[in-house]
Design a binder for this molecule. Structure first.
Ligand SMILES: [Zn+2]
Length: 76
C-alpha cells in the first residue's frame, strides 16, 4: 500500500506524521483561516491542515499502516 497520504496540496509520507487532531481547530480569532480544519502535525514543528475527509482518510491509513519507511528509505 502507498505510504503517502494526500493532505491539502501535499502528499505526506505517513511516517512523518506525529499526530492528527481529534477535533477541528478553533482559536476564536476572527480572521482565522484554519477554523474547522484538522491539524496534522509533522516532524520539525511543521503543521498541515486537513479537511474532515482528508483527516478521516489519513487516520484510516495510519491505522492500517504497518510501519516502515517504504521503498525510498531514509535513515535518521
Ligand atoms: Zn485559529
Amino acid at each position: 500500500m502507498s505510504i503517502l497520504c494526500r493532505v491539502d496540496d501535499k502528499h505526506v509520507p505517513l511516517y512523518r506524521v506525529m499526530w492528527v487532531a481529534a477535533t477541528p481547530h478553533f482559536c476564536g480569532e476572527e480572521d482565522c483561516l484554519r477554523e474547522g480544519s484538522y491539524e496534522v502535525r509533522l516532524e520539525q514543528d511543521e503543521s498541515l491542515w486537513a479537511t474532515t475527509a482528508e483527516r478521516d482518510n489519513l487516520v484510516e491509513m495510519l491505522e492500517s499502516w504497518q510501519g516502515g519507511l517504504g521503498p525510498a528509505d531514509e535513515q535518521f
